[in-house]
Design a protein around this ligand. Sequence first.
Ligand code: KIV
Length: 272
Amino acid sequence: MNNNQKYTRITTHTLEEMKRNGEKIAMLTAYDYSFAKLLDSSNIDILLVGDSASNVMAGHETTLPITLDEMIYHAKSVVRGSKRCLVVVDLPFGSYQGNSKKALESSVRIMKESGAHAVKLEGGSEVEESVKRIIDSGVPVMGHLGLTPQSIYKFGTYTVRAKEVQEIKKLKEDVIKLKNAGCFAIVLEKIPAKLAKEITDSVDIPIIGIGAGLNVDGQVLVMHDMLGINSDFNPRFLRRYSDLSNIVHNAVSNYINDVKKMQFPNKDEEYN
Ligand code: KIV
């Protein structure tokens, strides 16, 4: 039985079952209808409407500028393009930090206006109260620890996290706090593989890695990076599965050439 036959719509419970059965979870980001449709029909398990939209869709240097309204716009398009996968939406910077009432309001807006199935937020003990409040309202929450890009100006770099004793201790405590608060899964970004394995083995909720090695419950990548649309981002953890930037450049050069040389359209491509 392949994935497609087994699950009609992936839910948070399906993911727990996948962890129990040792079946790995494949997650990618998506921001628009057409790509969501392509990825969903390829049987991706989770589509994340990531705040990386701020970088790859809007061209900002960080994830901080994207707004809740913009995230909802992207989420609506992804939901319309997907039938099978679980759709998770990032709470953007400024829509939840330091205020659990605001966190709940932002989550409710995402769920009501986009039709998505869950939200994701960054941080551990700092957001524990918000996580509980959102989950109490019935909205599933995915956590995100390790490298948390919304805090880039606090940390100063995008280097590997949790290498020092204090940071490792805090990370482990945060995982337990998020799990006990009710998170259905946690993304661990850019941490040592050994630590990611230890954490994965210690909890019964799925741990999804990005730059966290092989021994986690699933992997996530930014779609633009793994398809090679974004060719100037080259971290060690990234595997490129295509070279779309070259494919698009070649197609567009051929089109321009045909237009300039009056080789497009031909007789078959015109109306009588
Ligand atoms: O916004 C995003 O794309 C993410 C992934 C890197 C996990 O949070």
